[in-house]
Design a protein around this ligand. Structure first.
Ligand SMILES: [Zn+2]
Length: 396
């Protein structure tokens, strides 16, 4: 026979949180006495849940789901604390949702916390500060905006075809850039392509960059079904060796203040460490960590611009665009990456390829159908381009 004795002043320990794997998110359920007060503090790499007057068995538990690496239970003098380790990150506007429900049995309540990097801000974009007019030494800046895929090539397939999302955003980016006085050439304005032959099509798109200042290719991503639940977030590519480490610029605030210097945030570090299969193994954020490009991997120099210079400018452009996209959406930061995609390799001017998120993710795929979200993405791209043109592009 077991005799259980509880001191008169000692609250009964709460049962451990229940963890459930759902499509695109992790659900954490805390079974609590009725009307238990609680507070939630998003800390970037963790979500802290305080439960005044409650008692828990302290400990560290590993979970290893994309949205929850593990949790820590702490007993403080006056409260119990649950720290959820969130590799995809939590902010006041993103990364988690909560609700309270009555207990299934008895008199208690359930505190339900859903975690996912794809829980982002899809509210209408507040009236943004007006763009400043930017000019290149007396003439207008000119930019090519490429809506990836089109016509017979749908691109990635999710709740919506990639080619349709790409076009939606390209049209919005064009409007925003034109409002700022930038001349914009689209590679397509409807569901078309230059040629059913992929190489011919891409060559013609890239040819439009001749004599312009920049080339921006807009895409959405997808991954294999086994990874679809966990992979979400934004990436921006420039042409460089595939082995170069990604770096993680911080979100830029959507105010007229100049963006902060590029420094890694603790969240970037945790995201990198917690997702070795998602991000490049061993990658550490920070501009100093990007490997120098070996000269033999550089593209053939073009008459317009020295290729090393073009690569450096492309990298800066990628960083500015990703920063503003993150600031506008609070989406997961998957970093500035180098690759040798055709359009960024063969463009004769600074060029980037934007991946606006994963259509294969159960939640992010839906975000990419949301008009407010596409407004936020478009604003981030346009704002990043303008900031780059004003502060970084050489005047010829
Ligand atoms: Zn694509």
């Amino acid at each position: 026979m077991t005799v259980l004795w509880l001191g008169a002043t000692q609250a009964q320990s709460l049962p451990p949180p229940r963890i459930g794997d759902q499509p695109g998110f992790t659900r954490v359920v805390l079974d609590l006495p009725k009307d238990t007060p609680y507070t939630l503090e998003p800390l970037g790499a963790a979500l802290r849940v305080s439960l005044p007057g409650q008692s828990v068995a302290p400990g560290i538990h590993f979970v290893s789901q994309p949205e929850l690496a593990g949790y820590v239970l702490e007993q403080h003098e006056d409260k119990a604390v649950l720290i959820l380790l969130t590799p995809q990150g939590v902010t006041p506007h993103s990364g988690y949702k909560t609700m309270t429900l009555a207990a299934l049995e008895g008199n208690g309540q359930r505190l339900v916390i859903d975690l996912s990097g794809a829980f982002v801000d899809t509210s209408p974009l507040p009236p943004p500060p007006g763009f400043r007019f930017v000019k290149a030494n007396g003439r207008r800046f000119s930019v090519v905006v490429d809506a990836g895929h089109g016509g017979p090539d749908p691109g990635a397939i999710g709740p919506v075809a990639e080619k349709a999302v790409n076009l939606e955003v390209a049209l919005r980016v064009r409007r925003l850039l034109q409002e700022a006085g930038v001349e914009v050439t689209l590679t397509r304005e409807s569901d078309t392509s230059f040629s059913p032959d992929k190489r011919t099509d891409l060559t013609q798109r890239v040819a439009l960059a001749e004599g312009k200042h920049l080339f921006i290719s807009i895409h959405a991503n997808a991954t294999v079904p086994a990874q679809a639940d966990g992979w979400c977030g934004l990436e921006v590519y420039y042409f460089g060796p595939p082995g170069a480490r990604p770096f993680f610029p911080p979100p830029a605030p959507l105010t007229p203040t100049p963006p902060a210097a590029i420094t890694p945030s603790p969240l970037d570090v945790l995201t990198t460490l917690a997702q070795p299969g998602v991000l490049d193994p061993g990658a550490q954020p920070g501009p100093e960590d990007v490997n120098p490009i070996p000269p033999q991997s550089l593209p053939t120099p073009t008459p317009q611009m020295n290729s090393a210079r073009r690569m450096e400018l492309s990298r800066t452009l990628a960083s500015r665009v990703l920063s503003y996209m993150l600031g506008a959406t609070a989406a997961v930061n998957r970093g500035v990456r180098s690759s040798d995609f055709f359009v960024i390799r063969y463009a004769s001017v600074p060029a980037i390829l934007v991946e606006m998120g994963y259509l294969s993710h159960p939640i992010e795929g839906q975000n990419l159908r949301d008009s407010n979200y596409l407004d936020r993405i478009s604003y981030g791209i346009a704002r990043g381009v303008l900031e780059y043109l004003e502060n970084h592009h050489p005047l010829d």
